[in-house]
Design a protein around this ligand. Structure first.
Ligand SMILES: Nc1ncnc2c1ncn2[C@@H]1O[C@H](COP(=O)(O)OP(=O)(O)OP(=O)(O)O)[C@@H](O)[C@H]1O
Length: 270
């Protein structure tokens, strides 16, 4: 369904980017540029849930923003259903839904008003919009607060409205950037159940996460990005076999082991 071939993206270097998480000079720095993604190739099959993993700053959001068309890659090619997305970017956008880190919702409107507004932008008629919102309100447990102003919402409530907005137009591929980060256990559960529901409807999902329990529960395959490069793509079983580990988080850690700062006791001896 979705094929990425050799995607690269660099940014003009910011002083803050000169060291990595471990406090070491970042090998992605090339002169005045920071190579955020380098030659990423991957695919997402129809009806698949693909988890995008990697430590902070690995390049996950950059990749998801490229998939959403919010960012343009410097190199590489993206195909959706065997057609280059550049050939008809409007058609591609109609077929995807994107949840970014910022909700981009209107605080002065109610959840319902926000959803109606975006549904109409997507070209749904008033009746279609109302029916779709009713359906999503039930799937995402929105009914108790749907008509309250967004400014009164908790983070979890806003996130559920943002997810509803991303799928109003019934996209075939849904791209979610850390959909559950910072949410309480109930809100998380609602969103994970909703991803499962979407997938059962035949929707493909690509989502980034730092939560290994979500990965085990939802993902058919995972893709590990490390310092802007694709370190692994395959099933969780294949990942465990490749790294000869039994636990998922150990498998991930072993592929990033050179990055883990070693804590030295002698440094704090009195
Ligand atoms: N517009 C930009 N200009 C300069 N550097 C950027 C820009 N966007 C991202 N970067 C850098 O690219 C790197 C990858 O960032 P990105 O947000 O894609 O990482 P991530 O894997 O999503 O991290 P996290 O898990 O913390 O969200 C980071 O070092 C970031 O500072």
């Amino acid at each position: 369904m979705l094929n990425l071939n050799g995607i690269s993206k660099r940014f003009l270097l910011n002083q803050a980017d000169k060291v990595n998480q471990a406090g070491m000079p970042d090998p992605r720095i090339q002169g005045r540029y920071f190579q955020a993604l380098e030659q990423i190739s991957l695919d997402c099959k129809p009806g698949e849930v693909l988890g995008l993993l990697g430590q902070n700053g690995a390049g996950k959001t950059t990749l998801l923003r490229i998939l959403s068309t919010a960012l343009t890659p410097d190199q590489g090619d993206i195909q959706f259903n065997h057609q280059r997305i550049k050939q008809d970017i409007k058609l591609y956008r109609k077929q995807i839904g994107f949840l970014s880190g910022t909700t981009g919702l209107y605080e002065r409107l109610s959840g319902y008003e926000n959803l109606i507004y975006f549904a109409r932008l997507y070209g749904l008629s008033k009746t279609e919009a109302a029916n779709r919102i009713r359906q999503l309100a039930s799937g995402l447990n929105l009914n108790d607060f749907l008509h309250r102003k967004l400014s009164e919402y908790s983070t979890g409530m806003k996130q559920r409205i943002a997810i509803a907005r991303a799928v109003l137009h019934q996209p075939k591929l849904v791209i979610l950037d850390e959909p559950t980060t910072g949410l309480d256990i109930i809100a998380k559960e609602v969103i994970l159940d909703f991803i499962t529901y979407l997938n059962k409807q035949g929707v493909s999902v690509i989502f980034s996460t730092h939560d290994m329990s979500e990965v085990s529960r939802l993902c058919h395959r995972v893709c590990l990005i490390h310092q802007g490069k694709n370190q692994f793509i395959g099933t969780i079983e294949q990942l465990k076999q490749q790294t000869q580990t039994v636990e998922l988080h150990q498998a991930i850690l072993s592929l990033m082991s050179s990055e883990i700062p070693k804590f030295k006791m002698e440094q704090i001896s009195c």
